[in-house]
Design a protein around this ligand. Structure first.
Ligand SMILES: NC(=O)c1ncn([C@@H]2O[C@H](COP(=O)(O)O)[C@@H](O)[C@H]2O)c1NC=O
Length: 512
């Protein structure tokens, strides 16, 4: 007779699964709570201590950790010595293990959980059995996922050799225990405050299949962090529209990071990972008008992030444009009805109140590795600005500088943002020389018509004075930049010569 060991924390579907195994000719052994559940449904079941000849002990810390269990799982069926040892010690082989683990992840997500409470939810016996059974996939089925119960019942009754299926289950079980251990390791690593551990053991769960990657010939999928931050594109909900694409997810992620910079109503239009228009206002509609006016051409096909509820007035305007995604904390019923008229428009919600819980670190993959850094969450302060020109900026210019500065760090280097205190006017992104970005930003600003004062923010220092000269000659009245070039004096001299004020922040905001 075949033998199955069932020990599950989440008992959903377990009775039917056990009944199926019994019908397929298995005898079932079980631990305390699982045994109770099965016995209540009249499933014939053997108690674990009848196999181990030991009581479950230490508040359940030791139940299945016994040679009678692990011997039964690990013995090679085609190895006579192994089978002789089993016989010698009266150990019955176990042919199938079904385990799901203590809910460690669910526990640490609850508010107010203490370390001892979390530690009690670290499953030891369960992963041990999963590993033993998985190692011996030549002979043993290992089941960790309720979604597999029906298929497993089919496979165990098959007359075919099911080695491939058992190997598949073993791989899945090892992924499961690796992910489980990774969450435990992360939890304790954070508790001891190690930022860059010698092993990075993060885990990600499959979230959705994507039709393709950046281009139609590239396969892709979206994984979300094992413990995703409350404020993250992976936690956003889609209310309406076509499925998200790979590029959509990246752009939406970039857009919400900009919108989250501001506590006042803010609208961000994002295109190809760069903002093309950002507006602030006393209402979300006023902010929208500014973001739209900033660049009413590039917004076509864009992603719009709004950090306040979308009202009907704003939705009416958004509806007039071709947009890929709208993402906001919420929508009035009327606004949602308007936006849902477009079948394909993706309408998403994200909890902007949870910005404080956003990830502190970000990663980018390179061939053969992963770069990890703190996100650039530094906000340059008024008190940090050092005026380096004869002329000092006005209060309005300073406000515009600090606004532009909060945008420029989200623009790909070389990054230039021209802005008033609540609206971008021109953004130059990703050029290989700085003056190129200045020219692009100015072209847009000039096309928008000049609103004084308008200032220019640069994510890094000017290596030469040509950017300052070009900006001043096209109506820029004040410049904010980190400083730090050996040719800073040339730029300062040029600003003085052109009657432009310039401040240094001492802090670079590259985004590569
Ligand atoms: N200590 C052990 O030997 C042990 N063996 C199995 N478990 C876990 O106990 C749980 C099931 O317990 P019960 O059947 O009593 O509800 C499962 O999540 C299983 O993974 C154990 N618990 C923790 O390590």
């Amino acid at each position: 007779m075949k033998r199955a060991l069932i020990s599950v924390s989440d008992k959903t579907g377990i009775v039917e699964f056990a009944q199926g195994l019994v019908a397929a000719g298995y005898e079932v052994i079980s631990t305390g709570g699982t045994l109770k559940k099965l016995a209540e449904s009249q499933v014939p079941v053997i108690a674990i201590d009848e196999v181990t000849h030991f009581p479950e002990m230490l508040d359940g810390r030791v139940k299945t950790l016994h040679p009678n269990i692990h011997g039964g799982l690990l013995a090679k069926r085609d190895n006579p010595d192994h089978m002789a040892v089993l016989a010698e010690h009266d150990i019955t082989p176990i042919d199938l293990v079904c385990v799901n683990l203590y809910p460690f992840k669910e526990t640490i997500q609850k508010a107010g959980i203490t370390e001892p409470e979390a530690v009690e939810q670290i499953d030891i016996g369960g992963p041990s059995m999963l590993r033993s059974a998985s190692k011996n996939f030549q002979s043993v089925y290992v089941v960790v996922d309720q979604q597999d119960y029906a298929a497993v019942l089919d496979h165990v009754q098959s007359s075919e050799d099911e080695l491939d299926y058992r190997r598949y289950l073993a791989a899945k079980a090892f992924r499961h225990t690796a992910a489980y251990d990774s969450l435990i390791a992360d939890y304790l690593t954070q508790a001891v405050g190690i930022e860059f551990p010698e092993k990075l053991t993060r885990t990600y769960d499959f979230k959705q299949a994507l039709r393709y990657g950046e281009n139609a010939h590239q396969k892709a999928a979206f994984y979300q962090a094992g413990l995703p931050s409350a404020f993250s594109i992976a936690s956003a909900q889609q209310l309406h529209g076509k499925e998200l694409s790979y590029n959509n997810i990246k752009d939406a992620d970039a857009a919400v990071k900009v919108a989250a910079e501001f506590s006042e109503p803010c609208v961000v239009a994002m295109k190809h990972m760069n903002p093309c228009g950002v507006g602030l206002g006393t209402t979300i509609y006023a902010a929208w008008q500014k973001a739209y006016a900033a660049d009413s051409t590039s917004i076509f096909g864009g992603i719009i992030a709004l950090n306040r509820e979308v009202d009907a007035q704003t939705a009416t305007e958004l509806h007039k444009l071709f947009l890929e995604i709208i993402i906001a904390p919420s929508y009035s019923d009327e606004a949602l009805a308007i936006l849902e008229k477009k079948k394909n428009l993706r309408v998403m919600t994200l909890d902007f109140d949870q910005v404080k819980e956003a990830d502190r670190f970000e990663t980018v993959s390179v061939m053969g590795g992963l770069l990890v850094q703190e996100r650039d969450q530094v906000v340059d302060q008024m008190s940090e600005l050092e005026t380096v020109t004869t002329k000092a900026p006005t209060e309005d210019e300073k406000a515009a500088m600090l606004f532009a500065q909060r945008i420029v760090k989200h623009v790909k280097s070389n990054a230039i943002v021209i802005a008033t205190k609540d609206q971008t006017l021109g953004i130059g992104a990703g050029q290989m020389n700085r003056v190129g970005s200045v020219k692009i930003a100015l072209e847009q600003a000039l096309a928008n018509g000049l609103t004084t004062p308008f200032v220019l923010a640069s994510d890094a220092y000017f290596p030469m004075n040509d950017s300052v000269e070009f900006a001043a000659e096209h109506g820029i009245t004040a410049i904010i930049q980190p400083g730090g070039s050996i040719k800073d004096q040339d730029s300062i001299d040029m600003a003085n010569q052109k009657g432009v004020s310039m401040v240094f922040t001492g802090r670079r905001h590259f985004k590569h």
